[in-house]
Design a protein around this ligand. Structure first.
Ligand code: GLN
Ligand code: ZN
Length: 800
């Protein structure tokens, strides 16, 4: 067995990765300037190098050891999985002409421009598909692997960045997606034969990693981190046993060379969950390999009780006790207890780490402004208590360093820090706003009746009588294009340069235009177009008690795109109606039915940082109750149709199959709580998108919405028979207009799709609508596309 070259690795603690976008989104701005052609590749490289060096300096300043590989080298221009594809030369054949570009940096097959082209597509060459990275809101680019994909070390950026850091005085630990996760996240290339599994290429991929490791060792890298989060999931394309066999094969080959001359020591990181399931224990598999370290997620995952792993005797375990995926300050005393409990594991050495990369949290709580008192908090001027309760990336690095000192020198060495953390955790647990007795009492008094509406047949009859809609009613999903004028008005209003009344006036004018346009086009159920919403979650977070919104709390969503998730810190309540004025104003402009528009509890949770001190289901019910009041007020204002969007329903599905049922139960119940207080004749819609719905088909039915609109154009309506076969029999609006592209779908195309839907389910339940909201589209595309949708609907109606 190989042993580690350093006696106590990462003794000062380590983190599995750090945000790359820059504290003020400098990388985003530099990358977008390069795309726009206003800066050169060299200028972009220079900016990126500055960001990397600033990160190294910061991590060392915060307490990480600059000499032993404790500082992760986790930079990426766009995405770490795309980086692995570039490293392996796994570029789809449609981009083959980009490989070997003259302007590529020495050591790379792709130029920077080529790398971005693979990410973003060009002309009719589609980009790599993008999908969610485990249970985070980060999205990676899906590799496309076929039997003929030629693997070679096609980029040595990882090595160059190691050298750059080393020469600046910091010996980093390069971070690369591991071979098993890489192949299991890949999809079969378009030209691959049916049944081809990318994992079958493992033995061709591993030699490239071997070569990379050799190169890193030659430059003096003591450690490399290979990320294998796939080991925490059993929702994968192959049996778990096959994935574990791949781990044995891959890490057997990767550890053949001796540490030092032949390769760095290997740390396998397994973020996002535990490693043990009913039928397999991935930690046993890893322990049986000759890797030198394993990083465990001890926030989401736990270890089997008092389990001992003899194979860990010569290995370092990085105990991921500091949450890399949420924003709460750690209870350091409790974390020290967890570390004590790990003695039973039998690891050769124990180090303190984060559960995941810190790329999923913002940089620094000190980048926010705080009011002097809680009462004065407003907008992005935060409640001062949050300064004590939150920990963003930089605070987490300090927590790791503190715990590492406690581990090495005993608790007495960190008494002051532990006491401060305990005080913060204690104050938060009972603070006003965190616990609101009225909210708790209302939730405690709920009965089954609060989750249940009248039978659907009764509702359907009452709704038809009230609404008198034609067959195949036409509608849209809510938003209309967010024009530059709307964005400008919102920015001015936020800066105080446009008075609230003038802003509201401008939004009302926009609604007037959108209503007139919908009448002209001939749609049956109108919307107000959502011009007043900056974002479908943030809008509500700003109006509900219990949420905070930050000024600089950016996290990368994908590529250069960043989001500022709201922070759900307290009990949720609705101090005042949130949407009623806008919807009532809209209804006053037309005789057609107007659809109110809300975001559902699951989606609000999914796109926020959520409190970690109570079950998610309890938090979801609080949001559900606030929305329930909003539906009641909309109904009282004469709004007869209300849509509650849940595009994130599939997103929050846990990584482990065993956890699915509990999740689907609380998520469905929170939606029902939100929507079941309305009258029988009020029609409740929901909208789902962004995912494959296979695993949540039953849950969609469980939502009990009167009408469900779903993304369906690209998959040619396949969801319709799936829902039918699952017993779904209420209204369904499968999208016939793919809004994800600027293309205008013709009448014929939309007719064909609608006819497909009508042919596979009772035509009386079918609605005609686009796939999703129109906010990212321009009017030039939207108007003809919707005109074609109405024409298509008329054509299909004539056949009924
Ligand atoms: N009502 C929202 C809109 O139209 C729904 C957006 C979504 O599903 N992501 O923009
Ligand atoms: Zn959508």
């Amino acid at each position: 067995m190989t042993t580690t070259t350093t006696p106590t690795p990462f003794a000062g603690g380590t983190v599995l990765g750090y945000p790359r976008i820059g504290r003020r989104r400098e990388l985003k701005k530099a990358v977008e300037a390069f795309w726009a052609g206003t800066t050169s590749a060299d200028e972009l490289e220079a900016t990126a190098a500055q960001i990397r060096l600033a990160t190294l300096r910061r991590l060392v300043e915060l307490g990480l050891d600059p000499t032993d590989g404790s500082v992760p080298g986790s930079f990426s221009y766009y995405d770490q999985v795309l980086d692995a594809s570039a490293l392996l030369g796994a570029v789809p054949t449609r981009f083959a002409s980009l490989v070997g570009a003259d302007d590529a940096p020495a050591g790379d097959a792709l130029s920077l421009a080529g790398y971005f082209t693979v990410a973003r597509g060009q002309g009719d060459r589609a980009p790599l598909e993008m999908t969610k990275w485990f249970d985070t809101n980060y999205h990676y680019l899906v590799p496309e692997i076929g039997p003929d994909t030629a693997f070679s070390l096609a980029s040595d950026r990882v090595v160059r960045e190691f050298v750059e850091a080393r020469d600046a005085g910091v010996v980093t630990r390069p971070v690369v997606v591991g071979p098993v996760t890489y192949l299991l996240l890949a999809k079969a290339a378009d030209d691959a034969p049916a049944g081809f599994s990318p994992l079958s290429r493992l033995e061709d991929v591993v030699p490239v990693y071997v070569e990379l490791l050799r190169r890193l060792a030659a430059e003096g890298a003591p450690w490399v981190q290979l990320d294998e989060p796939i080991l925490t999931s059993d929702s994968i394309d192959v049996p778990v046993a096959e994935a574990l066999a791949a781990v044995t094969t891959a890490y057997g080959a990767l550890t053949t060379a001796p540490v030092g001359a032949g390769r760095p020591a290997i740390l396998v990181a397994t973020p996002f969950g535990g490693l043990a399931t009913q039928d397999a224990d991935a930690l046993s598999t890893l322990a049986a390999t000759d890797v030198e370290g394993v990083a465990l997620d001890l926030v989401k995952g736990s270890l089997p009780d008092a389990a001992t792993y003899p194979g860990l005797a010569g290995k370092t375990v990085v105990a991921g006790v500091v949450d890399g995926h949420n924003v709460w300050r750690a209870d350091l005393a409790a974390k020290l207890d967890v570390l004590d409990g790990l003695a039973a594991l039998g690891a050769g050495a124990l180090a303190v780490g984060t559960s995941t990369s810190l790329q999923h949290v913002p940089h620094d709580v000190d980048d926010e402004t705080y009011a002097a008192t809680s009462a004065e908090a407003s907008g992005t001027t935060l409640d001062p208590r949050l300064r004590e309760w939150l920990a963003f990336a930089d605070q987490k690095v300090v927590e790791v360093a503190t715990l590492a000192r406690g581990l090495a020198q005993g608790r007495a060495a960190v008494t002051a820090e532990v006491d401060a953390a305990t005080a913060a955790v204690t104050s938060r647990a009972t603070a006003a706003g965190v616990v609101v007795p009225a909210v708790r009492e209302r939730a405690a008094a709920l009965t089954e009746a609060d989750f249940t509406r009248a039978a659907y047949a009764e509702r359907a009859a009452a709704q038809q009588a009230a609404l008198d809609l034609p067959p195949l009613p036409t509608t849209t999903i809510g938003s209309f294009p967010q024009t530059p004028e709307i964005r400008r008005a919102r920015a001015l209003n936020a800066r105080g340069a446009l008075a609230d009344a003038d802003y509201a006036q401008q939004m009302q004018d926009e609604i007037r235009r959108v209503v007139a346009l919908q009448e002209e086009i001939g749609l049956d159920v109108l919307v107000h177009g959502e011009p007043e919403r900056n974002d479908m979650v943030q809008y509500f977070a700003e109006l509900l008690d219990g949420f905070a919104v930050t000024a600089n709390g950016w996290v990368q969503s994908y590529g250069s795109r960043c989001v500022r998730p709201p922070i759900l810190w307290g009990d949720v309540a609705r101090p005042a109606p949130m949407t009623v004025e806008w919807s009532a104003f809209t209804a006053s402009l037309t005789d057609k039915p107007v659809k109110g528009m809300l975001t559902g509890p699951v989606t609000i949770l999914a796109w926020s940082f959520v409190r970690d001190d109570q079950p998610l289901g309890d938090t979801a019910n609080q949001v559900g109750l606030a929305l329930r009041d909003e539906l009641a007020d909309l109904e009282a204002a004469g709004i007869g149709i209300i849509q509650v969007d849940e595009p994130a329903l599939r997103e929050l599905l846990p990584l482990r199959q065993a956890d699915h049922a509990a999740y689907l139960d609380w998520s469905v119940r929170s939606f029902r709580l939100a929507t079941s207080g309305v009258r029988t004749e009020t029609q409740v819609h929901t909208h789902l998108c962004y995912s494959e719905f296979g695993e949540v088909i039953g849950a969609i039915d469980g939502l009990d919405a009167d009408v469900t609109s779903v993304e369906a154009a690209r998959s040619r309506m396949e969801i319709v028979p799936e829902l039918r076969d699952a017993g779904y029999s209420r209204g369904i609006g499968p999208g016939v207009y793919d809004i994800h592209s600027p293309r205008v779908p013709s009448v014929e195309e939309q007719t064909e799709l609608l006819a497909l839907a009508v042919g596979s389910i009772d035509p009386r339940v079918v609605w005609a609508n686009p796939d999703c909201g129109l906010k990212t589209r321009r009017y030039e595309e939207t108007v003809p596309s919707l005109e074609n949708l109405v024409a298509a609907t008329r054509a299909v109606r004539a056949t009924l």
